[in-house]
Design a protein around this ligand. Sequence first.
Ligand code: 2M8
Length: 419
Amino acid sequence: MRQKLIDQAEQVLRRNDRGSYTVPTHGLYPFQWNWDSALSALGFKHFDEARAWTEVDTLFAHQWDDGMVPHIIFHERDEGYFPGPDVWSTGRPVPTSGITQPPVAGFAIRRMVDEARDVDLALSRARDLLPKAHAWHEWFYRTRDPQGTGLVAIIHPWESGRDNSVDWDAALDRVSTEGVQPFQRRDITHANPDHRPTHAQYERYIKLVQTFRELDWDTSKLHDGSPFQVVDPGFNAILIRSCEDLADLAERLDQPEIAAASRAMALRGVAALESLWSDDLGQYLCYDRKIGAPILSPSVGGLIPAFAAIPEHRAAGIARRIEELGKSCEYLIPSHDPTAPDYDGRRYWRGPAWLIVNYMIADGLTRAGQPEIVARIMEDSLRLIERSGFAEYYDPITAEPCGGAHFTWTAAMVLEILD
Ligand code: 2M8
């Protein structure tokens, strides 16, 4: 069984490989996505290290001059996705979107170095990528934390990677839809509409894109100009973890300035995360910067901080919370608490389990010395794959495969878990 799953995972990666980048899945997502690429590279490294490095190189080849690494790179024309390059209209030579995504690349680069068989290749690629990833991290704290709080805000739900999470509902509702012209979605021609965001959400997603376009994609203006500013603990934790990893890598590569700056960003971030902890919910919470209030939503965004070097008692708290969630579902980790009123086990980021999230949380909890809950998370992840294949996400109660099939990062995580 184990070898069969490894072979199948490899086939999924090869199927979605477009030479220098990988699509998340054929049809639904026909371009390169930022955090998908970084996590998919971890899968490629099991059978083709050079190809794994190419994936990350291609991502950073499209970094903007200000340091931002965009969330989508539109390498080829494809009318099967909305919104395409004409809607974004960012004026890049190879079109890209104008927002970003969870910066997990720093973590991936470090892991690829740590586990390299071809060490010379790894060190030479890492030496080239290190200042680029570091510039991206600095861009975050410069443009998304203008008040110097130690925490960055996302300005679009798409940036979080957890697009339609319950976390964004109230903040997104306040975004007006004035001036949004009728548009045709493509996602619901590829995937079951019951598994996807609603039309009302899409209208607001597009309104935000229009707002940023009117600011000429000047990323120094977008934070303050955005009607949506949310501090996501999961997103911040991924950034912090990547800063920690780059600091270690920079030391190894004898780059003391990057090492010191990265370490300082990570330490500040970890200290600031503490303000998002909720004793009542037993997890971290998002914070709506626009109205200055926490968002009382029990989502997995508040558990992802386990991925960063948070205090031990907080990691233990997250392990307890996950154990509790395990009583109301069959397969950990649901992206929203199944006992909460807005839970929807098939609708994307409002309940389903995602292997990439399981992987990041398990990695952090392993480091934090929580092997029991890690074992359950890993076991559940493999049971999902065995039962339902390499889906985009899964109903955490029935294991129903949801969203797109033959999914790249799901396959990559299987290789990370099994190989
Ligand atoms: C989903 O997001 C895209 C927009 O970026 C979409 O629905 O069109 C999210 O799950 C996101 O986290 C992911 O990176 C992307 C591609 O897998 O799909």
